[in-house]
Design a protein around this ligand. Structure first.
Ligand code: SF4
Length: 316
């Protein structure tokens, strides 16, 4: 039986970013250095496949530090942690390694600097997301106010409109955030902040590639996890860029083939925590059903790499 033709557009860049790559390396190197078990507070990155792979090698994932025994190393996830967490690990004399992405740490430093200068902070982010919790937890309670939407900006009650600064989560929608920043600047003209926002290069580049790819594709799939903020944003960006059907899939098994009936092209991308092997699995699933032609839609090239902490580069 002949297979129907299908063009697969592959967004580039897609998938793993430098922060995720570093965080996974940190867990692997810690396992080599100290042996199993190594404890990891929160999913090191938001991807079940990655987490399951590390669990098989001896990583134990917990949500809170108190679940870790004091005599085993603990690693903090790429999303960052409130200041109280490493402080507690130090108090318990634990060996800990911070896998917070350096681009998240940069936001922590910005927030601390503004606080030292006497400014109250506003954070643009998603309530409850570990990165938001981590960034807000850099400063004392009440010093960081969270806004999620333009409507929140109208409601937020600040101490002094003349002494304000803002930071953002790194994985937000570039376009939505621009609207929220504009609303903040309109209501609080004296507010200080980064040049545009703190959205990282990887989030920006993946959204740009989707904007270029989505209008050409009859449907679009984002390989990623439901709790991955940057993956969810890619689905939204795809829909807004004109792709009527944009869905998140964790793996090939999640593809709704019935919904794709009759299409001639599909765009594929992946969130920053999704490994390339899962993208290949999705492509192979299409190859099994269609006569596939792959076309890459490249909007940027990335060569960012972050070093792992020195403690892991030194012999045990
Ligand atoms: S998405 Fe951006 S901020 Fe998050 S880990 Fe990757 S590079 Fe770092």
């Amino acid at each position: 039986m002949t297979k129907p033709p299908l063009t697969l557009y592959l967004a580039a860049p897609r998938g793993f970013c430098a922060g995720v790559d570093r965080a996974i390396k940190i867990v692997e190197m810690a396992l080599r250095k100290w042996g199993a078990p190594v404890y990891v507070r929160h999913e090191i990155v938001h991807n079940k496949f990655v987490v399951d792979g590390l669990r098989e090698k001896g990583a134990v994932f917990v949500e809170e530090l108190e679940e870790c025994p004091p005599d085993r190393p603990v690693i903090f996830s790429a999303h960052g942690v409130p200041k109280a967490v490493p402080a507690e690990a130090a108090r318990r004399e634990m060996v800990y390694v911070d896998a917070t992405c350096p681009l998240v740490s940069k936001v922590h430093i910005e927030a601390a600097r503004h606080h030292e200068n006497g400014l109250q902070m506003i954070m643009i982010g998603h309530a409850g997301h570990p990165e938001t919790v981590g960034t807000m937890g850099q400063l004392p309670e009440g010093e960081v106010l969270l806004v999620e939407t333009v409507e929140d900006v109208a409601r937020v009650a600040v101490r002094d409109p003349q002494r304000l600064a803002f930071v953002t989560q790194t994985t937000l929608s570039v376009d939505d955030t621009a609207g929220i920043v504009a609303a903040l600047q309109a209501r609080f003209p004296a507010i200080v902040g980064p040049h545009k926002e703190d959205i990282c290069y990887a989030t920006t580049n993946r959204q740009e590639a989707v904007k270029a790819m989505a209008p050409r594709a009859d449907a679009m799939l984002v390989v990623g996890a439901p709790n991955s903020s940057n993956s969810q944003r890619l689905v939204e960006v795809g829909r807004r860029a004109g792709c009527a059907y944009a869905q998140l899939v964790m793996r090939a098994g999640d593809i709704d083939w019935r919904a794709l009936e009759g299409i001639g092209s599909v765009g594929i991308t992946a969130g920053a925590s999704a490994p390339e092997v899962l993208i290949e699995e999705v492509i192979d699933a299409f190859r099994a059903r269609y006569d596939v032609t792959v076309e890459e839609v490249e909007t940027a090239q990335e060569n960012v790499e972050f070093k792992v902490p020195r403690v892991l580069r030194e012999p045990a």
